[in-house]
Design a protein around this ligand. Sequence first.
Ligand code: NAP
Length: 313
Amino acid sequence: MQKDFYDFIVVGAGAAGLTAAQYGARSGLSTLLIDCAETGGQALNIFTLENFPGFFPAVKGTTFIQNMLSQTQSFGAEILNTKVLSIDKVKGKFIIETEKGRISAYSVLIATGAAHKTLNIPGERELCGRGVSYCATCDGPFFRGGKIVVAGGGDSACEEAFYLSSLADSVILVHRRGELRAQKAIQQKIQKVKNITVLYNTEIEKINGSEKVRSVLLKNNLSGEKTEMPCDAVFVFVGMTPRTELVSMLKKDEGGYLITNYRMETAVSGIYAAGDVRAKPFRQLITASSDGAIAAHQAHEYVTLLKAQKKNL
Ligand code: NAP
C-alpha cells in the first residue's frame, strides 16, 4: 500500500524517471514514481529503437519501456498513477499535493519531459484526430497507402517520416529552411527512401478539410509562391516545450528548460531535474537515462546526509 512519506519521489515516468526510480530504489531509498499518463513517456512512440547501446537488434519503444518498468519495480520502487498538483518545500521536506492526496519526501526529481509544439495554423486544431496527428506510431496505420505530409526538419520529423514511409504511398517532409536540423545519420537514412520527398524552404500555411484532412496550403518562403497539395494526413514534429509548470521556483534557460549543474542539482537543495525537461545540448533516451542515474545518486547522498544530521540532533 502507498505510504505518505518517501525518501525520494520522482515525478514523470519516462526514461529519465524510470531510471532514477530504479537507481533510487536499488540504493535503498524508499522511492515513489508518479505520472499522470501511461508509463514510458516519448519512448512509447519509438517504432524501432536502434541507437540505445546494448539493444541490438533494435527493439520497439514499448518493449524497451516494459523492460525498464519491470526492472524498476523489481528493486522495490512504487508506481502511482495520478496528477501532481503542486510541489513545495516546507521545513526541509517536500510536500507534494496530488489528485490522490498529499505525499511528502526528503528529495524530489522533476522528470516531466516536454510536450510537442504545434504549428498554430488554421485547420490544425480543427482537424486534430481527423488527419492531423503528433504521433506516427499511434496514427500512422490509419493512413496506410495514403499521401502523408510531415512538418519539421529535426530528428523527430525525419525518424517519423521514415516510419510513415513504410505505411504510406508517399511522404512529403516539409521543412522551413534550406537544410535539415536532424543528425546526419538520420538524414542519410531518409535520403535512401524512394517514397520520401523533402520540400525545403517551405511552410504549411493552412490545413484544409472538413470531416478529414484534404490538402495543405504550402508557401515557398524564398519565392513566395503558394500551392495547394492534396494529402490524407499531416503529422507535426516541430519541437518540444518543457513541462515545468509545477516548479516555478526553479531557474530556467531562455527556452524554458530547467537549469541544473552536472549533478542534476537545481538551485533548491533536494530537488533535481533530469531528462528532456532539463537544459542540455543533446536530448536522447540514453542521455535521459544518464541524467536519471546521476540524479538518483545525488538524491541518495543528500538523503543519507539529512538522516545522519537528524540522528545527531
Ligand atoms: P527539434 O530538434 O527542436 O526540431 C524541430 C524542427 O521543427 C526544426 O527543424 C525546426 O526548424 C522545426 N520547426 C520548429 N518550429 C516550427 C514551426 N513553427 N514551423 C515549421 N517548422 C518548425 O525537435 P525534435 O525533432 O522533436 O527533437 C527534440 C529532441 O529529441 C532533439 O534533441 C532530438 O535530437 C531528440 N530526438 C532524437 C531522436 C533519435 O536520436 N533517434 C529521435 C527524435 C528526437 P528549424 O530547423 O528551422 O529550427
